[in-house]
Design a protein around this ligand. Structure first.
Ligand code: MG
Length: 363
């Protein structure tokens, strides 16, 4: 008989953005962070979390408080698959979907935190332990509202700190304007540095094919979310038309969506986000499935937890550098020679500052 969950709670915490962040379709208003805390019958305490970038946080909190948290009490904490599937099934009318997946992620990551503590292991080891240090690229200097000069400065600063690449937002009205900005960055950083671009689902398939062709001499690392996430056929057509890898995944909320993309050759890189896909349990399934297709994993955002997951799996290629938890943590993610180091501390490896979290509780 395993140890049961004796207490569980959820709360919503707002964190201001550290810098203005804009892309082709939206701006990052604030991080609504949804925490779940669980206690077990043998006295362990786990904390998981999930997030939005400014809308829907209360809906996730309600899903947890009204439906999922009460179901947790009495469950065996180490039967994570059983708990995940029971909770998923209990929300029939809102699955598969963002609110349920985000809520499940907060529960699932809390249970993994407990599992790490019971095993006395850091997450990256318990989840697979492939290698501790992983390459890092910077997104923080590539926002769409920045001038070309600022983009170039940001890329050079990232390069000086030893990071392996940068991501630049695209989606200016004309592809030639994007090209000018990207060419300036490429000229500044030279050939031995990755440049990725991100269109945040803003294009049609035809326009994306046109722009990929226009940018073909830039040797881009990938083109991210060129099309709406539900246009799988458009992604498949685009992927066949260009030598530049097509990266997708931050707007997908189930393992089956990834299977469909991979099966149809519509994704060259998967960017599975541990919160949006429903937690560590489904995240690992997507990563392993991608490995079977010989596809790399470069997860979206949440570097503080993704560093451990990328380190856990053999096809983890990149962590995205966007610090967003500094206000509510006591120590930052370690970076050495441009590579992120998965924390060796037991648990998820995030050094929460309880007082700072308490100060920011919305409800
Ligand atoms: Mg993106």
């Amino acid at each position: 008989m395993g140890h049961t969950i004796t207490a569980a709670s959820a709360r919503l915490v707002d964190i201001a953005v550290e810098t203005e962040r804009t892309d082709a379709v939206q701006s990052f208003v604030k991080q609504e962070t949804i925490f779940v805390d669980v206690t077990t019958s043998d006295g362990l305490h786990g904390r998981g979390y999930s997030y939005t970038i400014g809308t829907g946080g209360r809906a996730v909190l309600s899903m947890l408080r009204d439906h999922l948290i009460p179901l947790l009490i009495g469950e065996e904490a180490d039967r994570i698959e059983a708990v995940w599937h029971r909770l998923f099934a209990s929300t029939r009318a809102t699955t598969t979907g963002a609110i349920t997946s985000l809520a499940l992620a907060a529960v699932d990551t809390a249970l993994w935190d407990v599992a790490c503590q019971r095993a006395a292991l850091p997450l990256w080891r318990l989840a697979g332990g492939f290698r501790r240090d992983v390459p890092l690229y910077d997104t923080e200097g590539g926002w769409l509202h920045l001038s070309t000069e600022a983009l170039v400065e940001g890329a050079l600063a990232s390069q000086r700190t030893g990071l392996n690449g940068v991501k630049v937002k695209v989606g200016k009205p004309r592809g030639s304007e994007d090209l000018e900005r990207l060419q300036a960055v490429r000229d500044a950083v030279g050939d031995d540095f990755d440049i990725m671009v991100d269109a945040n689902q803003s294009m049609t398939s035809a326009e994306a094919i046109r722009r990929a062709h226009l940018w073909k001499d830039l040797d881009l690392g990938w083109i991210e979310e060129p099309l709406p996430a539900d246009d799988i056929e458009g992604h498949a057509r685009l992927t066949r038309s260009t030598s530049t890898p097509i990266a997708v995944g931050e707007s997908m909320y189930s393992i089956a969506q990834f299977r469909e993309y991979l099966d149809r050759g519509a994704a060259s890189i998967v960017q599975v986000d541990v919160a949006r896909v429903g937690g560590i349990t489904p995240w690992l399934k997507v990563a392993h499935m991608a490995e079977a297709y010989n596809v790399s994993v470069c997860p979206h955002f949440l570097m503080e937890i993704h560093v451990s997951l990328v380190a856990a799996v053999p096809n983890g290629r990149y962590v995205e550098h966007i610090p967003q938890l500094r206000a509510i943590t006591r120590t930052e993610m370690s970076i050495e020679d441009g590579r992120a180091l998965a924390p060796e501390s037991i648990g998820l490896g995030i050094d929460w500052d309880d007082d700072a979290i308490d100060d920011r509780v919305v409800e």
